[in-house]
Design a protein around this ligand. Structure first.
Ligand code: UDP
Ligand code: MN
Length: 247
């Protein structure tokens, strides 16, 4: 309660590089829904691109890290202040995201998202001449969306840029979102800023009660029809002037 936090930096949608991870088998079922809802609304002036990563279509650790590496490299090549990753079953509330990121400075080290565990992750680093080593760090769950400031993303370069991300993820034998946490927390010593505004499908629909404030909302697409209704409903609450929202 009280006054909203003072923005550190006023942001617009074109200050944020949003990458949506997808795969061909979900282009119809998932991506089309996003293109009809939040992408149509929030990225229309900014231009949305589809990047074919040539990563394997398998749901393997390597394939998913290959996609994260492509998302990260594309961000560094773009002239944007913030990098935000979401899955293709996320509804992104751009207004809420901009209000959240405005409270931080993109030149500082900011890693913001929702931890999926109540404790930091412990992992074993391999490939060191001194032998395997235990490392402990927090990570933001990729399925709920997370953001990195440009300042921090640049510092991640030695472990992430131009193919390094894949070998880093292999050294720790962890999936893509955990590998991001490893670089940020264990290599750079930067903490995770927790935000309750990021949601994954692991949570209940109770989040819908404060829909204007929430950032990405995910639902498992096992029930495709429900998701269509849910995302279109969320979209019409946030953007009531959309033509197909008027009954
Ligand atoms: N995904 C992918 N390749 C695959 C399967 C999934 O790139 O072979 C992507 C998918 O498009 C989504 C993310 O990985 O952005 C998570 O997939 P999903 O929601 O199916 O899995 P879960 O949330 O259960 O991890
Ligand atoms: Mn999912």
């Amino acid at each position: 309660s009280g006054a909203p936090p003072k923005p550190a930096e006023l942001l617009t949608a074109d200050d944020v590089f949003v990458s949506v991870k997808t795969t061909s088998k979900y282009h119809r079922g998932r991506l089309e829904l996003l293109l009809d809802t939040w992408i149509a609304n929030d990225l229309q002036h900014v231009s949305a691109h589809l990047i074919n990563t040539n990563c394997s279509a398998a749901h393997s650790r390597q394939a998913l890290s290959c996609k994260m590496a492509a998302e990260y490299d594309a961000f560094l090549d773009a002239d944007r202040k913030w990098f935000c990753h979401v899955d293709d079953d996320n509804y992104l509330n751009m207004g809420a995201l901009l209000r959240l990121l405005s409270q931080y400075s993109h030149t500082q080290d900011v890693y913001i998202g929702r931890p999926s565990l109540e404790h930091p992750l412990e992992a074993t680093e391999t490939g060191r001449s001194s032998g395997p080593e235990r490392v402990v760090f927090w990570f933001a769950t990729g399925g709920a969306g997370f953001c990195l400031s440009r300042g921090l993303a640049i510092k991640m370069g030695p472990w992430a840029r131009d193919g390094a991300f894949l070998s880093t993820a292999e050294r720790i034998r962890l999936p893509d979102d955990r590998a991001v946490g490893y670089i940020v927390g264990a290599m750079l010593g930067v903490g995770l800023t927790r935000s309750p505004l990021f949601h994954s499908h692991l949570e209940s629909l109770a989040l819908l009660t404060r829909v204007h404030e929430q950032v990405p909302q995910t639902r498992s697409f096992s029930k495709l029809i429900e998701n269509h209704h849910l995302f279109k409903c969320v979209h019409c609450v946030l953007h009531p002037h959309t033509p197909w929202c008027q009954r």
